[in-house]
Design a protein around this ligand. Structure first.
Ligand code: AHR
Length: 336
């Protein structure tokens, strides 16, 4: 079975489970009794073990702050670990949370695959798991209670649709796009690529001429863009899977004596303060928002799951898009 087919089946199962959860809730069915891991905080607080991807981007920093502040505000005892973008560190952290018998485990999986064994261990220990921000590509949706985060395919689609609209009615000259991908194997890298590719297919003059990972970091974006500028005879557009890589690309473009936003258009995802500032200065042309402030919803879901209440299988975050004037207007109130 192809990866794409298995992802599609997974999404289908998640949707079906979401419908079932809603239907059960509507019927007022009795909630499943809580099955906590057994070690509430000494003071009776709910104990959450949270494994974060790392600190690779402005988005991630804002996400970590949101989770930590929301835990404190909700009276949740948070055990936090930073995996430095390595799956083996996340697996170790989850195993340690299982050993510590936390009440609930939440994590943002660095990549989509390879989680079944450790999630089975959590299930056997009766410790519920919540996925936040990124999904896992497992056909067994009983391994986690819910998945809270963005629809990354939709984000990629919005980026592609904006680009198609820019060239609507223009002469059919080829438009060369270079793509700075997120971490290889990560859900946002896979999905943002897929959504963008589908959207730009509406205009055959637009094509991705080079695509490489910059690992969601500023230095990665800069390095890959430097290589693209050397290897590609013509670059019209950069599509960066996050703001940090777009900011790195801006540095590379300026160092090559070109004007970002004019000589080369830039589209990115996230809408963190630094990205929005570059957009309001005209160095980035369009940003698709990805909301990192997941903490309050995560704590709410954790309490419900711990209490044995039904929660939807999928909780989507609400997001928008920004052009230059919208970024300028939004910047003074931007929290991250
Ligand atoms: O999973 C969300 C993505 O991860 C954000 O877009 C990116 O900035 C982060 O590193």
């Amino acid at each position: 079975m192809s990866t794409l087919t298995s992802r599609r089946m997974l999404l289908g199962r998640i949707a079906a489970a979401a419908v079932l959860a809603t239907a059960l809730a509507a019927c007022g069915s009795a909630p499943t009794p809580a099955a906590p891991g057994g070690a509430a905080g000494g003071d009776g607080k709910l104990v959450m073990g949270f494994s974060q991807v790392g600190a690779e981007s402005g988005w991630r920093t804002a996400n970590t702050k949101s989770v930590q502040e929301s835990a404190a505000a909700a009276g949740v005892e948070l055990k936090f670990s930073d995996a430095q973008q390595k799956q083996e560190n996340q697996i170790k952290a989850i195993r340690s949370y299982i050993q510590q018998k936390v009440d609930i485990i939440a994590f943002s999986p660095v990549v989509e695959t390879g989680w079944d064994a450790v999630l089975q261990e959590a299930k056997r220990a009766n410790i519920p798991v919540i996925l936040t921000d990124r999904a896992v590509d497992s056909p067994d949706t009983s391994l986690y209670k819910t998945f809270l985060g963005s629809d990354f395919v939709v984000e990629g689609t919005k980026a592609g649709e904006w680009l198609v609209a820019q060239y609507q009615g223009a002469a059919a000259a080829p438009v060369a796009v270079v793509e700075l991908q997120g971490t290889t194997g990560a859900a946002p890298a896979i999905d943002r690529k897929e959504g963008f590719a589908k959207a730009i297919a509406a205009n055959p003059s637009i094509s991705v001429v080079a695509s490489q990972t910059g690992d969601f970091t500023r230095s990665g974006g800069k390095q890959v863009m430097e290589a693209f500028l050397k290897s590609q005879p013509k670059i019209d557009v950069v599509y960066a899977h996050n703001d940090d890589m777009a900011l790195g690309a801006i540095e590379a473009i300026e160092a090559a004596g070109k004007v970002p936003g004019k000589d080369i258009k830039i589209i990115s995802v996230d809408a963190v303060k630094d990205g929005m500032t570059a957009l309001s200065q005209g160095k980035i042309n369009f940003i698709v928002e990805c909301n990192p402030l997941l903490g309050p919803q995560l704590m709410d879901l954790a309490k419900k799951v711990h209490a044995g209440e039904q929660v939807p299988a999928r909780v989507l975050t609400e997001e928008t898009t920004f052009d230059q004037s919208q970024a300028t207007a939004a910047l003074p109130e931007r929290k991250y």
